[in-house]
Design a protein around this ligand. Sequence first.
Ligand SMILES: N[C@H](CCC[C@H](N)C(=O)O)C(=O)O
Length: 276
Amino acid sequence: MIPFRKMHGLGNDFVVVDDRQKTLGVTPARAAAAADRHRGIGCDQFIVLEQPGGEGADVFMRIYNPDGSEAEACGNATRCIAHLMMEEAGRESVVVRTVRGDLPCQRLPDGTVSADMGPPSLEWQDVPLASAMDTTHLPMTVGAVADPAACSMGNPHVTFFVGDLDRLDWQALGPEAEHHPLLPARANIGFAQVIDTDHIRLAIWERGAGPTLACGSGACATLVNAHRRGLTGRRARIDLPGGTLTLEWRLDGHVLMAGPVATAFTGEFDWDALAA
Ligand SMILES: N[C@H](CCC[C@H](N)C(=O)O)C(=O)O
């Protein structure tokens, strides 16, 4: 049996397994089976802890979407895994390694966990987009929304700025936007309503996962895109369906994100039962 921990940040939920001993035999298909909400345990991302393989980090975190694809970044899981590692090490700060780099994290005095998600990539090649263009204005229309901005937080994000999120059936627009021809690696799609220069409401359609209650990297990308469009300053509170994240795009280019983490329950599963 494989022990797991069910964690979440703002309801963006994760099945976390510890494969630092390299005994679990994780494959993309098995990760997808575990993430399935009907036949498996159910989660937005299946997270595998691995040895960091070198100095400078406490753990390596691998991220699978429910469709079995691997994601390069996951802000909420970064904060959850940082919490686990801080408990394990008895420290108040750790470094979480991902395929895109090392993310320093710390526990804040109010008990929330912050992650330094690194600098965004703003070039069209890095998002990636299909051809050369200004990443602050994409020639893209999906239903009633148009003219989004894009950037990468290690994973690709597109942000549509909308008037009233409550009057937009954004979940209906997600699939077409995720698979738009301008997006060769697909993308996570944000629908953002700017309330004030330091306050955004956001809903995210996630690549490979669909609508989630929150997306940390999506919140980072939204602040970056909103600031580049002149809609906000460099700090904002971002309200997602599952709760609120606090964001700052520091002058040194790094994006900092803070918010709550929680463990919902722990348990055990085996791959064969999931496949049945
Ligand atoms: N929920 C995650 C992002 C998952 C991104 C994934 N759906 C992708 O394919 O990039 C977060 O908190 O940042």
